[in-house]
Ligand binder design. Sequence first.
Ligand SMILES: [Zn+2]
Length: 87
Amino acid sequence: MRIAVINDQRGTSRIHAAECRDVAREAKRFHDDPWMIDADNRHDVNMAVWGDVASDNNESGTPEWHEECDASADYASLFLPCCDSLT
Ligand SMILES: [Zn+2]
């Protein structure tokens, strides 16, 4: 599905469905342009959002890198109810 990512001032990535009404509202509130990505599951989102950060510690594509993408997301990504269908 098409996903919109908005970063708030605390460094949290707020994950919305692209068509969610809150995207425009939160973009204004957090002064951030929504970043659109295509994802089949949450891990796809986590790789897109946290892959660069994870690459600082682990080589991209390794099992450790994949784990770190998800670990970073547990800490600092918030999946909003509009993307509940994403598993
Ligand atoms: Zn939403």
